[in-house]
Design a protein around this ligand. Structure first.
Ligand code: GDP
Length: 735
């Protein structure tokens, strides 16, 4: 066996120690040679180098030649002291910091003049409220993790846990996802539940499809025609009840789930509530009419939601039908059609003659296959409401589409802010069933209140838990509503709340923020010109994102899209929208800006951009004071710390603010920067002292004041970009 090196690289002092060790301890761990034999032949046996046994003299000579060596002795019976001496603390089970981790502490005599000024991290303003923040929660997270994500002390969470009656021994114990949500709601933050697929059965699932397009292009007719193609519907003599969604079973066994509410409003409403239910959008375009404003809107909706499109060119039975023209129009609008080298499939259909429906279904299945749609089948269900109504005899009914897991009759559920125990589940044929699997639309009965489309459905283990979560969500909704109302009142404009919301984020993430805009104009040329002009306001701090541009008046659908994307609606050369649209926009906190002069429009949007921009924080000297004398405060108790030195100064410029950072300048050089722990004027604590006044101040961790030192009060200022317009009419945002 080779010798295990017990020593580190060393020189002679180590060798001398090694020899003395040898005199007291056995130094061999030999298996392949006889130790006694070795000791006999080499009277003062030390070790083995390249297979030769050596005595000390030979060893020394060998090491002299090599200058450095690896000490090859392993002591087997060494005492703890011995091991410690040999710097093997690990062998003793001691935790000793490795060399090199610490630097020797030197007394800093020279001032840190070379060090660049690093402004202290700004505290989040209290106004950047928690209610704007969304934290991700999951089953099994600890109190520590949740506290970190919510940005509140662990003790606060522990108090809430006691209040909700949950017993948790340690802050490292796992919490259930429901308890985490309850705590988060109590604190006031929004939550996004992360559902785990771990260890579960994950299987392919049918796609969920929404039909969109311009009015009268045949969305409803197409859905009706598709509904009739379902194998199950044929067998059952038609779909007996309207659920808001239906499944088309194909002869191959594959199936597609269609959401039965055509149009953009339902799509936007669901998206706005965070329900990513739709996998594919079928864009219906009439072959005799071509691309229309709502066709473009539908494209924008799908693009904003990142949902792939399959185009159905409808009414191909008509004599005036011209599918080729439609395709060229769509390609001109930027839709990458498959036959032109893109990935968007186009199918020619007729909802009246029911031709091409099989091809459309095939195209949808192909798209789904490419998307590799899969869901967890077992475990608690995660579902969304697609429609809800109240039935006189059966109470509130909700149509749900299960996204993952299985929804089982008798389970306690929380649906949005409502709760209930599932009394009955019915499929689209009206048949009672005991469970619903992914992508199957079902109607559930047993809720205590009426939920809204897009609300999530979660399964909880008890009625008590369901009640608690529902109460918590209701309270949170009410709190948020009141807060928004108060903010709107404060600003005088409800629509301003959107900008405010995002400013809260800015302090933590001084990144580029997005300004989403929807442009509506009188003619296509205007829309293009306005879009291009607005894009010229793109800057390093604010990114102008035109989410949709269209011709015609501002519609409800524009408001829906604006709400889903947090966009501002810009109308150019169009009439003022009717009061119903204005009211809807106001309610949703959407700004509508109508202009007829391009410069005014750019100035208006430019100012909004400046307002929305995070800005850059800069340090500025707010005031200067000179030290006139130094006082020492002695005799303080041990608990309160060491003696304190007070700098007696006179403010020579600006003002000193207690909450600011102070910089000490001596002979023109910065010697220290730190926070002010006390600022007094005539023995009274003050927040600020103005020019010409005398004051006493204490700076944290600094006592080496000298008479004549200058104390600068540093202030953080947020420098916002500027909207600049030249005489030629050119505009830009200067950061
Ligand atoms: P929606 O507003 O998009 O839902 O359109 P509808 O489904 O209500 O259809 C509007 C009109 O177009 C109705 O009169 C339909 O009969 C007609 N229509 C729909 N699809 C076709 C079709 O494929 N061929 C013909 N000729 N007419 C159609």
């Amino acid at each position: 066996m080779a010798w295990r090196a017990a020593g580190k690289k060393g020189t002679f002092p180590s060798l001398t120690k090694a020899l003395s060790v040898r005199s007291r301890y056995t130094a061999a761990a030999a298996t392949k040679f006889d130790l006694e034999e070795a000791q006999r032949t080499t009277p003062v046996f030390v070790g083995q180098v390249q297979g030769c046994f050596m005595n000390a003299a030979q060893w020394k000579s060998n090491c002299t030649n090599q200058l450095t060596y690896r000490f090859p002795i392993r002591s087997f019976h060494a005492s703890p002291e011995m091991l410690a001496w040999k710097k093997e603390p690990e062998a003793l089970g001691l935790k000793i910091q490795k060399k090199g981790k610490f630097k020797k502490r030197t007394k800093d005599s020279s001032p840190p003049v070379e060090a660049p000024y690093v402004p202290p991290k700004l505290k989040r303003a209290a106004s950047s409220s928690l209610s704007d923040r969304t934290v991700e929660i999951f089953d099994g997270m600890t109190t520590v993790e949740l506290a970190k994500r919510c940005g509140v002390p662990i003790s606060v969470l522990q108090d809430i846990l006691i209040n909700v009656g949950e017993k948790v021994d340690s802050e490292y114990d796992p919490l259930s996802i429901d308890i985490s949500e309850l705590i988060a709601m109590e604190i006031g933050v929004n939550v996004r539940r992360l559902h785990s697929n771990e260890g579960a059965e994950v299987l392919p699932r049918p796609p969920v499809v929404t039909v969109m397009g311009h009015v009268d292009h045949g969305k409803t007719s197409l859905l009706d025609a598709l509904r009739l193609t379902s194998v199950a519907a044929k067998e059952a003599g038609g779909i007996t009840q309207h659920l808001g969604a239906f499944v088309v079973g194909m002869p191959s066994g594959a199936s597609i789930t269609f959401l039965d509410t055509p149009g953009h409003a339902a799509f936007s409403a669901m998206r706005q509530r965070g329900a990513a239910v739709t996998d594919i959008v079928v864009l219906v375009v009439a072959a005799d009419d071509g691309v229309m404003p709502q066709t473009l809107e539908a494209m924008s909706h799908a693009k904003a939601a990142d949902v792939p499109i399959v185009v159905a060119v409808n009414k191909c039975d008509k004599s005036a039908a011209n599918p080729e023209r439609v395709k060229v129009q769509l390609a001109t609008e930027g839709l990458p059609l498959e036959e032109m080298g893109g990935d968007v499939q186009v199918v020619e259909v007729s909802a009246v003659t029911k031709t091409g429906l099989d091809k459309l279904e095939e195209a949808l299945l192909l798209q789904a296959e490419m998307m590799d749609l899969k869901s967890r089948v077992d475990g608690p269900a995660q579902a969304y409401v697609v429609e809800a109504r109240v039935d006189r005899g059966r109470g509130p009914l909700a149509t749900a589409i299960v996204k993952a897991g299985t929804l089982v009759c008798g389970q306690h559920v929380v649906v949005g802010a409502e709760w209930g125990k599932i009394r009955a589940i019915r499929d689209m044929l009206g048949k009672s069933t005991d469970r619903a699997r992914p992508a199957t639309p079902v109607e559930i009965e047993g809720l205590k209140g009426l939920p809204m489309a897009g609300d999530d459905i979660i399964v909880v283990h008890s009625e008590e838990r369901a009640r608690m979560l529902s109460d918590g969500r209701k309270k949170k909704l009410e709190k948020d509503r009141l807060r928004r109302k108060m903010e709107a009142e404060k600003l005088g404009l409800a629509s301003e709340s959107n900008l405010e919301d995002e400013e809260g984020e800015v302090e933590e993430k001084p990144k580029r923020v997005e300004m989403a805009i929807i442009v509506k104009g009188d003619v296509q040329g205007t829309v293009q010109a306005v879009t291009d002009a607005l894009k010229s306001l793109d800057s390093t701090q604010v990114f102008v994102n035109i989410v949709h541009g269209g011709v015609g008046p501002i519609s409800e659908s524009d408001v829906d899209l604006a709400r889903a994307c947090g966009a501002v609606i810009v109308g150019f050369n169009i009439r003022t929208p009717p009061s119903s649209i204005n009211q809807a926009a106001n309610k949703a906190g959407i700004k509508i800006k109508i202009h007829r002069v391009i410069y005014h429009l750019l100035e208006d949007i430019g100012n909004s951009i400046v307002e929305k921009a995070p800005g850059t924080f800069e340090t500025q000297v707010a005031g200067e004071a000179q030290i006139l004398s130094i006082f020492e405060l002695k005799g303080r108790s041990k608990a309160r710390g060491e003696d304190v030195k007070i700098a007696g100064c006179r403010v020579i410029d600006g003002r000193l603010i207690r909450s600011s950072t102070m910089r000490i300048v001596r002979s023109g050089e910065v010697v220290f920067e730190g926070s002010c722990t006390s600022l007094k004027r005539e023995k009274k604590d003050v927040e600020a002292v103005g020019k010409g006044n005398e004051c006493g101040l204490v700076i944290e961790n600094w006592v080496d004041f000298e008479v004549g030192d200058v104390i600068q009060c540093l202030e953080q200022v947020n420098r916002k970009p500027k909207f600049i317009s030249s005489q030629s009419g050119a505009v830009k945002i200067e950061c």
